[in-house]
Design a protein around this ligand. Structure first.
Ligand SMILES: Cc1cc2nc3c(=O)[nH]c(=O)nc-3n(C[C@H](O)[C@H](O)[C@H](O)COP(=O)(O)O)c2cc1C
Length: 261
């Protein structure tokens, strides 16, 4: 199908979902949201969509910026998939509003639950539970792809009312603080100067200084630096030392490296 799927990902869950949709559609261009640069982004296919993780109960800032830059010179069938770990909140309603300001109606908006990569609150859970989430996600993505093929138009999926009221408020309160939240990152003695953290950072927020990563307060909180560190040397606050690292098992490091690598 002549379709474009834009994706944003820290640990590969959203990329995996985007790839599955592309496969189910019989092919689609997959384009990372980071590395888009400044200026308007013209959608040049009749079908397009965006797949991204839910961050702090809403749409992550890079995805907001990206969607705000979208433009289409022809009617486009647009879909969105919010990949999350159990609390999608009002994310897809938010996406729909931003798109509609750009004159692009959101025809389909679905949530897909996957293992959590928010390591300050714990690891991704037991393997068995992860496998169950992947199997469920596969089925759901297949249904979503059928609907895309049929150009279905449906109300977007939403979390329960309490999430949409309380958690959406947290999203708005924290939004402007996200870039500086990297103050809690540090590298411990296991850091061996490999530089992978800076190569996976979609925000180019990390440099190495005397062999250790330095974060420059342009953080997007995707946790790629911590989760992809082969030495497990990167910590966030005090609790991540004891939690298991995660990335999607079918996504490898070279899939995540910035395209300027
Ligand atoms: C900073 C941050 C905030 C998150 N906030 C939420 C959230 O509000 N609700 C939720 O269900 N999952 C949340 N998650 C979990 C991710 O949405 C989930 O693990 C997703 O599958 C990760 O996708 P990715 O591998 O494509 O980055 C959060 C993860 C991070 C790193």
């Amino acid at each position: 199908m002549d379709a474009t799927i834009f994706y944003y990902t820290g640990t590969g869950n959203s990329l995996w979902v985007a790839r599955l949709i592309a496969e189910e559609l019989g092919g689609a261009s997959l384009i990372p949201v980071s590395n888009q640069g400044e200026g308007e982004r013209i959608i040049d296919t009749k079908v397009a969509g965006v797949v991204f993780p839910v961050h702090i109960w809403g749409v992550p800032a890079p995805v907001v910026r990206f969607v705000e830059s979208l433009k289409s010179s022809h009617p486009v069938y647009f879909f969105g998939v919010a990949v999350h770990a159990g609390q999608v909140s009002n994310t897809l309603v938010q996406l729909k509003k931003i798109l509609s300001r750009r004159g692009v109606p959101l025809s389909l908006g679905f949530e897909v639950r996957m293992p959590s990569n928010y390591i300050p609150w714990g690891g991704p859970g037991p393997q068995e539970k992860q496998r169950a989430l992947f199997a469920h996600a596969r089925d759901k993505v297949s249904r979503i792809s059928d609907m895309i093929r049929q150009r279905a138009v449906l109300p977007v999926e939403r979390g329960p009312l309490w999430q949409r009221i309380i958690l959406t408020a947290f999203y708005h309160l924290s939004f402007s603080h996200v870039p500086g939240m990297d103050k809690k990152f540090r590298a411990d003695d296991r850091c061996n100067d490999c530089g992978i953290c800076l190569r996976v950072c979609p925000a180019s927020n990390i440099t190495l200084s005397e062999g250790k990563p330095l974060w420059h307060h342009r953080c997007e909180q995707c946790f790629a630096c911590l989760q992809w560190c082969p030495a497990e040397a990167i910590q966030y606050g005090t609790r991540t030392l004891r939690y298991e690292r995660y990335h999607h098992p079918e996504i490898v490091l070279r899939d995540i490296l910035r395209s300027d690598e």
